[in-house]
Design a protein around this ligand. Structure first.
Ligand code: 5FU
Length: 256
């Protein structure tokens, strides 16, 4: 499936309000860049959020790798998200039965449902996972993992199609996918991880694609960049470089 509509044209097609808010931010900041802040201290997380904040539409977190997470850190992160206008995407990849997922989403020490704008879920356990997330918070938009970037992953073919089917069934809450490009209709938003200007991978199966290929050829919407920015000597400058590369690829694709 492939379309050539602009973000402006797609705004009114998105049923979930977090999805619409995301496109508003993307358009306003001219940024379809998400940064993956895979760091282990709250100080690093907050400093990344303020360094790259102006250049991103989404900050993607893995809160369970932060060793000193607490409520104050959470408040500071939410504050940075408001002042720089980006959404917080907790990459929790919920995958259990609905009842357990509801507890994982709302409880524990992270209380993800209280601060995350976006969360994602595997479809392996069936629609109960999605039902639990949408029941627990209407303020949080959901992405389904339809494909993955890592070598040998099993999210292919019928599995990918099943994710699309689930998304259509819960379109009020699910506004997009983790996928390697556009795999469906323009009323969903496509997020792609494994993005880096230098092609290649890492020693644990990650596979990188460059922004031009991901946004321009594979027609994804939002590029998720981690180590390409996090490991740069100047993260702010790197974020600006990626912002431009991702936005230029989008503008070229749309043909404006
Ligand atoms: F669903 C996925 C996937 O298929 N590949 C990923 O790499 C998620 N990710 C996340 O994107 C992963 O958990 C990291 O947070 C990020 C990629 O980071 P990198 O440093 O750019 O490789």
């Amino acid at each position: 499936a492939s379309h050539n509509l602009s973000f402006e044209q797609r705004l009114s097609m998105i049923r979930n309000k977090v999805g619409r808010r995301l496109l508003e931010i993307v358009l306003k900041k001219q940024s379809n860049l998400a940064v993956a802040a895979d760091v282990t201290t709250s100080q690093e997380l907050l400093s990344i959020a303020s360094q790259v904040g102006p250049h991103i539409c989404v900050l993607k977190t893995h809160v369970d790798i932060i060793e000193d997470w607490n409520e104050t850190v959470c408040e500071q992160l939410v504050h940075l998200a408001k002042s720089h206008q980006f959404l917080i995407f907790e990459d929790r990849k919920f995958a259990d039965i609905g009842n357990t997922v509801e507890l994982q989403f709302t409880g524990g020490i992270f209380h993800i449902s209280q601060w995350a704008d976006i969360v994602n879920a595997h479809i392996i356990a069936g629609p109960g996972t999605i039902q639990a997330l949408r029941k627990a918070s209407e303020h949080c938009g959901i992405l389904l993992l339809a494909q993955m970037s890592s070598k040998g992953n099993l999210a292919v073919e019928e599995y990918t199609q099943k994710a699309i089917q689930f998304a259509k069934q819960y379109e009020d809450a699910v506004f997009g996918f983790i996928s390697m490009g556009c795999i469906g209709e323009p009323n969903f938003i496509y997020f792609t991880p494994g993005v880096k200007l230098e092609k290649g991978g890492d020693s644990l199966g990650q596979q990188y694609t460059d922004p031009k290929t991901v946004i321009g050829i594979q027609k994804s919407d939002i590029a998720i960049v981690g180590r390409g920015i996090i490991h740069a000597s100047d993260r702010k400058e790197a974020a600006l470089t990626y912002q431009k590369a991702c936005w230029d690829a989008y503008v070229q694709r749309i043909g404006k």
